[in-house]
Design a protein around this ligand. Structure first.
Ligand SMILES: Cc1cc2nc3c(=O)[nH]c(=O)nc-3n(C[C@H](O)[C@H](O)[C@H](O)COP(=O)(O)OP(=O)(O)OC[C@H]3O[C@@H](n4cnc5c(N)ncnc54)[C@H](O)[C@@H]3O)c2cc1C
Length: 456
């Protein structure tokens, strides 16, 4: 007799390892197959410090796996965005009201290792060096390659946490159309580094996400526990009418990168002694949004995380969203013995929300690179903060709804649209908030934005 409580996860990355933990703790028999070697033995693939911003949605998911404390022990708090202007000036724009509303910079490698440890401790069986190669859905047999051999694995259901280039997604599409559409961004990225200062400390303010907005392109830097910063340079990556703006076609060598930094990121340049080497040694990354019409194949397979909805990284939500997927999928699987119904309910709940955060992530790129230093934006932001104080249960800035709350992304998107219209209308042709008609605005807020329910 087959084990109805057996599940097979493809990928032991961020989502796969967390999902394995959640399911194993709920009594499921879980096998996880990962293409790479065990990072606890072989070191994390890539070796470089790459970090991610962890926000409330992700933290909440980690708490439900009792993994939050271990992760936060190595995280660096980021209170807001430190904007670096072209003239060398800086301004800290707080993200939230106080230190209860912050985001955390975490090392991707350490986070992945903590989650793999948690999955193993919960009883999941981890199989490293096993790359999903093909699936026979009728026979429920998956073939993994590794150690020079093909390994056959009989499954009840496959859960695809194998990232944006998902092999499981490709296999599912051989037997059913998922309606896949991949939209590539015409900008790429390069990861660089700011090492520690001579005295071993940070070379810039550690408790901030640093941004150098420059119109059609930008740089950001996130702190690491080891007193370094991971710097990411985003530039146009194709001859896309960028009209003289630098791009990865014009900035090719380390010397080109130095000249670009000297001109546009002058305050960062002296902090980056390895700029030329890093620029030439590190690959240029590509960015895309993945849209699917369906994530599941009856009771036999379902996709989650980047495998289902990869997004551009400008809201810092890809992992946070993937972690929310894990909690949702585990609870749908627990709610019914009808696995096809559980997969369908998971997809119905999460797909519209994934679409919403994908859109907001694309919009945030424009905001980060073009708007955070612009006068209209700053006035709208001042009004936003004032309305948030006047109506804390109704007017919650969109960034805060996405980052510090767990209301569905689709709700955050819709309320954010209403709020933006109010802000644009109320600040039109104004240089300051003097003379704003607060009573009319308050009435509009109360008419358009019902109170948000408190979060459990
Ligand atoms: C530059 C950049 C910055 C980002 N910053 C943030 C941020 O600040 N905050 C945030 O929330 N998100 C961020 N993200 C997004 C985040 O990295 C992803 O959303 C997250 O990693 C998705 O997790 P996942 O487990 O779905 O996929 P992945 O992390 O990609 O894991 C997939 C796993 O599957 C394995 N695998 C792949 N193919 C196979 C196969 N055939 N067989 C077996 N195993 C396989 C891989 O080796 C990997 O371990 C960023 C992304 C980028 C590119």
């Amino acid at each position: 007799m087959s084990d109805q409580r057996q599940l097979t996860i493809v990928g032991a990355g961020l989502a796969g390892a967390l999902l394995a933990t959640l399911l194993a703790r709920r009594g499921w028999t879980v096998d996880v197959f990962e293409r790479r070697g065990d990072p606890r033995v072989e070191g994390y693939a890539g070796g470089r410090s790459i970090n991610l911003a962890l926000a409330e949605r992700g933290l909440h998911a980690l708490r439900s796996a009792d993994a939050a404390d271990a992760v936060l022990a190595h995280a660096v708090m980021m209170r807001g965005r430190m904007v670096h202007f072209l003239d060398g000036g800086e301004q800290l724009q707080r993200y939230g009201r106080d230190d209860s509303e912050v985001i955390w910079s975490v090392s991707r490698g350490e986070l992945n290792i903590s989650l793999i440890d948690a999955a193993e401790a919960a009883g999941a069986r981890l199989h490293f060096d096993r790359r999903l190669d093909s699936v026979d859905f009728d026979a429920r047999m998956a073939t993994f390659l590794g150690d020079g051999h093909a390994h056959m694995h009989r499954f009840e259901a496959l859960l695809g946490a194998d990232g944006a280039g998902s092999a499981l997604r490709q296999q599912m599409q051989r037997v059913a159309s998922l309606g896949e559409r991949m939209e590539w961004l015409d900008h790429g990225y390069k990861e660089l580094e700011i090492p520690p200062a001579r005295d071993g400390g940070f070379r810039m303010e550690p408790n901030a996400l640093h941004i150098w907005p420059r119109g059609r392109y930008m740089c950001i830097a996130l702190p690491n526990d080891e007193r370094t910063f991971t710097v990411t340079l985003f530039l146009p990556s194709q001859s896309n009418g960028s009209h003289g703006a630098p791009s990865f076609e014009t900035i090719v060598s380390g010397a080109d990168a130095r000249a670009l930094f000297a001109r546009d990121f002058a305050d960062a340049l002296p902090l980056m002694p390895e700029l030329e080497n890093d620029f030439e040694a590190h690959p240029t990354g590509t960015l895309a949004t993945l849209y699917l019409d369906r994530w599941s194949l009856d009771d036999r397979a379902v996709l989650l995380g980047d495998a289902a909805h990869a997004m551009v990284p400008f809201h810092g939500q890809g992992m946070n969203c993937a972690f929310e997927d894990c909690v949702a999928l585990a609870s749908h699987l627990d709610a019914t013995t009808d696995r096809a119904a559980a997969f369908a309910a998971f997809e119905a709940e999460r797909l519209p929300n994934a679409r919403a955060i994908q859109k907001m992530a694309l919009e945030n790129y424009l905001e980060m690179r073009e708007r955070v230093d612009d006068a209209d934006f700053l006035l709208q932001r001042a009004l936003e903060q004032a309305l948030a104080e006047r109506h804390p249960d109704r007017f919650v800035p969109r960034y805060a709804m996405v980052t510090f709350r767990r209301i569905p992304y689709a709700t955050a998107f819709e309320r954010g649209r209403i709020q933006r219209e109010l802000l644009v209308e109320a600040t039109r042709d104004r240089q300051s908030l003097d003379g704003i008609d607060w009573s009319t605005l308050d009435a509009e807020v109360e008419r358009l934005l019902p109170p948000l329910p408190p979060e459990a």
